[in-house]
Design a protein around this ligand. Structure first.
Ligand code: ATP
Ligand code: MG
Length: 800
């Protein structure tokens, strides 16, 4: 390149940009690209659309383009606006740019998510939205409280018209960039004809509070740009280059915001894949990407067809599945990677067996005994459709001591709804648990605010009793008035009733059993309801289930499913107490080793990521594709589910394992499931059906399983028949009784140091410490853990 050309290339760039330029010979990173990608990187001016399938290097081209803009001095770091969907993706993008430049990409203030960028912008221009620059951002709870006040003031029956419903409607309008005056007449009937009016009141109220909700961040910025051309022009000049990843998932507000900002220079580069649009349920419009050429006439469209991520078998499987969708552009992908493993498919008896098998498989792959190269834990990921599926894996991995991390959300036992439910269970088992009481006294909302709670605390202190007792006294003495008082009475009575249900009727005993101090030992018969039923009763009667049923936010159905999963799991234990102990022990034993970990996440959170080995469990109709999504959106919903399947398979580089279970437990009851219809869409030539070792065909069904299965009428179900018919086709593990670990609480024993012992969950080990009723055991497989003595048996007692 002559020096003349070089100067030309810098035209329009500032001196400092020129000085920063040419940090690294550009040939280095450009040579890593194919010609189509290079085009997308080197054509720096004007609109560009990269519309291409998974793993074709869209994000790679996008990040290289950023590096190239910086490296050639076309733009300074703060002149580039780069938007993506998650904080994780934003961090990765920054790292990739840094790697390409050969030094950390410092000072890219405008690389981030839509929301993070809009917060910054809105702080600078708050006054144009009637706000002060220190405005607060409300969370969904605050938002709801505010809406409830407005709904009450308007004399609307919020039983029939829950405030959460209004919250959902308003979010939807905000996603569509509609301020109250712009809501179309077609929507006038929303929320019993009061929706628009309440929306307007809500916005006024937010202004008075100097607050915004999440949707406002974009809505306010779009409105400001639309009504203040001078401000818009300033940013059009400022952001000289705009880049957007995952463009197929933008909603209307995001789309308008981008179109306004790019309206001047039109230096906008959008990349995406219509086959990976998975946020329709949150207002994303795949039409945005399909309309790009109309919005930006003369746009350069780059198509990429070579996939660099996955082996041919994996790619063929993904392509075949997505072909089932009618509404798509249709793209063909190819790869020159070596053939590798076929996509592996396996059927299991139930979800616990599936988790157990995957745990073993991960172990084997780590050790390199699975026919594939040995892999690190951080090269493997489990991608689930619904977050409640994570519980089985987390439990299993905690048990065998397999390090894992949950991406994009808390771990199962750390979820809000799980902790709430457990707090109820703890109180039922032990009414002295004050921490648990504090957690649930006003959850769901019972009108027991700070003042009422202080009254309870004071009463308990004065009488030297637990909070539950204190609450009872406060109720009896009428210390808490009105609705709150009545609700507290209901809670206190409920707790007493549920606690009584943990036992059967009191057994009268004979006089000679009276011991020295004159008291008789108290004995109870076996409880009349099972602990599983009791758990359900507690969640229902306390109003906790209804609390989430009435919740209209997108997260609510998932939370209800997690609660069901919690109840399901109780089947593995004899009583609530045993279960609570299990949870506190597994959580307590858990320490962060800091080393590599298996990732567990939802398919939604996996967008844009890649892993050498991917497990896709739970491919059953109703779970995946999700029944809810099909019920709500029909064929459109099914197609979105299929796109999720495509996203899932295309995350895998070398090994992709799909599995399903014939049975899942719902509310402690077996329900049979049919293999997902997407399994039928996998191309046979590219799939290998696995048979779990030693289980296929020969497995004897134990009496216990047989009875339970018969109860659930599994064998007459079409799902089971279809499954049997397919057994030859897909490997099917036979049930194993050992899976069902009911803990034998009578196996109390005294142990000595060094003794070999057996634990139902953790397996064999040696005693290394004894502390009251807790025994510290170094387990062969699960590491060192403290366990309650009664769950251990001396090795010789193991009933095998
Ligand atoms: P998705 O649609 O899943 O977001 P994508 O199109 O963004 O995928 P990338 O993540 O950019 O794809 O790239 C997929 C993989 O292929 C990455 O590991 C990347 O480094 C590699 N890759 C991309 N382009 C090339 C290339 N030209 N030569 C070699 N490897 C490449
Ligand atoms: Mg990508």
């Amino acid at each position: 390149m002559s020096s003349f050309d070089e100067n030309d290339a810098f035209e329009g760039a500032s001196l400092s940009a020129r000085a920063m330029a040419a940090l690294r010979p550009e040939a280095d990173y450009l040579n890593e690209l194919n010609p189509a990608q290079r085009e997308a990187v080197e054509l720096l001016d004007g609109p560009i659309l990269m519309l291409a399938g998974a793993g074709t290097g869209k994000t790679k081209a996008l990040t290289t383009r950023i590096a190239h803009l910086l490296n050639t001095g076309r733009a300074r770091p703060n002149e580039i606006l780069a938007v993506t969907f998650t904080n994780k993706a934003a961090r990765e993008m920054k790292e990739r740019v840094g790697r390409l430049l050969g030094q950390p990409a410092e000072g890219m203030p405008w690389l981030g998510t839509f929301h993070s960028i809009c917060v910054k912008l809105l702080r600078r221009h708050a006054e144009l939205a009637g706000l002060k620059s220190n405005f607060t951002i409300l969370d969904t709870d605050d938002q709801l409280r505010l809406l409830k006040q407005l709904v009450q003031a308007a004399n609307i029956d919020d039983k029939r018209w829950p405030a959460r419903m209004l919250a959902g409607i308003i979010d939807d309008w905000k996603n569509r960039a509609l301020t109250p005056d712009k809501v179309p007449t077609a929507d006038a009937g929303a929320y019993n004809n009061k929706g628009v009016e309440l929306y307007a009141q809500y916005q006024t109220r937010l202004g008075e509070l100097n607050a915004v909700d999440f949707g406002d961040l974009l809505l306010h910025m779009v409105t400001i740009f639309q009504t203040h051309p001078d401000v818009l022009e300033q940013y059009q000049r400022w952001f000289r280059y705009i880049l957007v990843d995952e463009y197929q998932d933008t909603n209307i507000a995001q789309y308008l915001w981008l179109r306004l900002l790019a309206g001047g220079h039109k230096n906008i580069c959008c990349v995406g894949d219509d086959d990976q649009s998975i946020y329709g349920w949150r207002g994303a419009e795949v039409g945005n990407i399909l309309r790009f050429e109309k919005d930006f006439p003369g746009a350069h469209v780059v198509r990429l067809e070579q996939n660099y991520r996955s082996t041919p078998h994996i790619l063929a499987a993904a392509s075949n599945v997505i072909r089932g969708n009618e509404s798509r552009l249709g793209k063909e992908l190819w790869t020159d990677k070596p053939e590798g493993e076929k996509v592996r498919l396996i059927g299991h008896w139930d979800g616990e067996e599936e988790a157990r098998w995957i745990g073993e498989e991960i172990d084997a792959m780590q050790g390199g005994t699975r026919g594939v190269r040995p892999m690190n834990l951080d090269e493997m990921a489990i991608l689930v459709r619904a977050s409640h599926q994570m519980r089985a894996f987390e439990d299993r991995f905690l048990t065998i001591g397999l390090p894992y991390k949950v991406i994009g959300g808390p771990r199962f036992y750390e979820r809000m709804e799980i902790r709430d439910a457990m707090a109820y269970f703890r109180l039922v088992v032990s009414p002295e648990d004050d921490l648990a009481f504090e957690r649930i006294v006003n959850t769901p909302k019972r009108g027991l605010g700070d003042k009422a709670q202080q009254t309870i605390q004071r009463t308990a202190r004065e009488h030297g009793v637990s909070l539950v007792q204190g609450a009872r006294i406060a109720v009896e003495q009428g210390l808490i008035k009105g609705k709150g008082g009545a609700a507290l009475r209901e809670l206190v009575e409920g707790l007493a009733r549920w606690n009584a249900m943990t036992r059967g009727p009191r057994i009268e005993i004979e006089d000679d059993a009276v011991i020295d101090d004159g008291t008789a030992p108290v004995r109870y018969g076996p409880p009349e309801v099972s602990h599983i039923e009791l758990a359900q009763i507690v969640l229902d009667e306390s109003g906790y289930t209804a609390h989430w049923q009435n919740d209209k936010t997108p997260e609510a159905p998932g939370r209800l499913e997690n609660l069901k999963e919690l109840v399901n799991q109780l089947d593995n234990f004899e009583n609530l107490q045993g279960f609570l102990e299990h949870v506190s022990l597994v959580m307590d034993n858990e320490q962060d080793s800091g080393g590599p970990k298996v990732s567990i996440m939802t398919l939604h959170a996996a967008k844009g990521l890649e892993f050498p080995a991917v497990f896709l469990p739970g491919w059953e109709d109703g779970l995946f594709p999700s029944q809810r999504s099909m019920d709500e959106s029909g064929l459109k919903g099914l197609e979105e589910e299929r796109r999720l399947a495509y996203v899932g398979i295309t995350r895998a580089e070398e090994v992709c394992t799909i599995s399903f279970a014939a049975n899942r437990r719902v509310f402690g009851q077996w329900q049979n499931a049919m293999p997902s219809r997407f399994i039928d869409e996998l191309p046979e030539d590219h799939v290998e059906v696995l048979t779990p070792p030693g289980l296929y065909g020969g497995g004897q069904m134990s009496a216990g399983i047989e009875t339970r299965a018969a109860q659930a009428n599994v064998y007459n179900s079409p799902g089971w028949k279809r499954m049997q018919a397919r057994q030859g086709q897909y490997g099917m593990s036979q049930p194993r009784e050992s899976r069902n670990t009911v803990i034998d609480a009578t196996a109390v024993a005294s142990f000595t140091l060094g003794e070999r012992v057996f634990h139902q969950k953790f397996g064999y080990g040696g005693v290394v410490g004894i502390e009251g009723d807790k025994v510290e055991v170094e387990f062969d497989k699960a590491g060192t853990k403290k366990v309650v003595a009664q769950y251990l048996s001396a090795k010789d007692d193991v009933p095998f």
